[in-house]
Design a binder for this molecule. Structure first.
Ligand SMILES: [Zn+2]
Length: 464
């Protein structure tokens, strides 16, 4: 079995930062101690000198859409390019989504999605299972899904016409079934009724360019949806998970629900923390269209405050990449393919703009990007920890390395990054997945298809 020793790195966990040596044998973390002497290092061991560098547990992007086929298009990134690009940014596992399809049970749909990723991904992965509608037999399907090691669902409260919205009258039934089976419900929370009402007032326009997107889907839609969902979950005494929180009003709803005893687990994503709607006035503004839309400065600040006061629990990306050519095919904000690339920039952005900027420390960053998602989605401690005996998924990170983000420096098949021009201090150098170095000094050494499906346990994070 191959071995790997990371010497003198500053190992970061939620609890502490310690300078230690970390020995990997095969796929697992074998031993951590102050220092290995020359005699103690196994023969043939690869030694990585990491003095002055951080060693993080591998980053988990808990919200990705690689190889998404939707709206008669396919995303720029497939499971191979998406996972390689993520690996360059220190991501070692991701959680993607399986759709619900007529004629397939949920477990069958999930299996089909799993097979799309297997043989392609270079990172380990799990899947969220989408539920668009209920029908007789759904209970058995959910039970079967759970048997196949999927423990979380995804519902949408919008996109009615596109067929993704779970009708409001079905929420309670699904919530009850999920509670019984201990499946965690994750939600895209925007109030569809309000969105349709606002759209009714604009649909006679001949042009609806990108800067209309925030007008058509204002923060109030997020507020309303979170309140409705949160109240229902509160009555049923179960937690729910809100994906990509985008606004000050949305965060206000989170606080109100919690104040009344409701349990919400809340995710945000880098673009709502770092970008604002001014970009939608720029040339090629289509490149910045995603849903929910970019917001105001005050929203951005409210989300940072939410992270700072621990009202927001974790950060993922909602990576859903299209090429510039795909994005520019329409200038109608409701027809532009929604989504942006993000996995590769997640860790470096949150380090520079979160830790360096003083919103939280590096231990908390590890919690937000690795430990917390691992616990919430049942992958802990195999993922998201530095515990001896668990998977050696590691990032060696240089806190001093200066990088200016640029389209050409990124590896996503999108060919652009919405963060182009941003100056960073701190960047991942080495990414290790189950004991194998797959990224080192800007080069990829992994193998297509080496990533594995991760059977998930029940969620072990609940604010209770
Ligand atoms: Zn998404």
């Amino acid at each position: 079995m191959g071995s790997l020793l990371i010497k003198n790195g500053r190992l970061v966990t939620v609890e502490q930062v310690q300078q230690k040596d970390l020995l990997v044998v095969g796929e697992k973390i074998k031993e951590i101690k102050d220092s290995f002497t020359a005699e103690e290092i196994p023969a043939g061991c690869t030694v990585i000198e990491a003095e002055g560098k951080y060693v993080f547990p591998g980053i988990i992007d808990a919200h990705t859409h690689y190889f998404l086929q939707s709206r008669n298009s396919t995303t720029a990134d497939d499971f191979y390019t998406g996972s390689v690009s993520a690996a360059f940014g220190g991501v070692t596992s991701f959680i993607d989504y399986a759709g619900q399809f007529t004629g397939l049970t949920l477990a069958e749909a999930n299996q089909r999605r799993r097979e799309q990723a297997e043989g392609e991904t270079v990172l380990d992965f799990s899947l969220h299972q989408c539920v668009y509608s209920l029908h007789p037999g759904i209970k058995d399907e959910l039970a079967e899904l759970k048997q196949s090691s999927i423990n979380n669902l995804k519902i949408f409260t919008t996109y009615r016409k596109e067929g993704y919205m779970l009708a409001e009258e079905s929420w309670e039934e699904l919530f009850r079934l999920a509670r019984e089976l201990k499946l965690l419900i994750t939600v895209h929370a925007e109030d569809n009724q309000l969105i349709e009402e606002i759209w009714a007032g604009h649909q006679s326009r001949t042009e609806v360019p990108p800067h209309f997107h925030p007008i058509l889907r204002p923060p109030q839609t997020e507020y309303r949806a979170i309140i409705k969902l949160g109240r229902l979950a509160g009555q049923l005494k179960m937690p729910i998970y809100i994906v990509h929180l985008s606004s000050r009003e949305g965060y206000q709803a989170v606080k109100e629900i919690r104040a009344s005893g409701g349990r919400l687990i809340v995710e945000t994503v880098p673009h709502y923390l770092l970008l604002n709607k001014d970009l939608l006035q720029e040339r090629q503004a289509q490149k910045y269209i995603m849903t929910p839309p970019l917001r105001e400065e005050a929203d951005r600040q409210a989300l940072w405050q939410g992270l700072q006061e621990k009202g927001i629990d974790l950060i993922a990306t909602d990576h859903c990449s299209f090429t510039v050519e795909q994005k520019l095919r329409s200038n109608h904000c409701r027809e532009i393919l929604p989504g942006i690339p993000g996995s590769e920039t997640l860790l470096p952005l949150i380090f520079s703009k979160g830790v360096r900027a003083g919103y939280f420390d590096v231990r908390r960053m590890v919690d937000l990007l690795s430990t917390r998602p691992a616990k919430v989605f049942g992958l802990y401690p195999e993922k998201g920890s530095l515990q001896v005996g668990t998977d050696a998924d590691l990032v060696v990170f240089d806190p001093k390395k200066e990088v200016r983000l640029a389209d050409a420096q990124q590896h996503s098949a999108a060919g652009y990054t919405p963060y182009t021009g941003i100056e960073l201090q701190g960047y991942p150098l080495i990414t290790i997945v189950r004991g194998k170095v797959i990224i080192k000094d800007g080069n990829f050494y992994g193998k297509r298809g080496s990533g594995q499906f991760l059977p998930a346990q029940e969620s072990s994070f609940d604010q209770g």
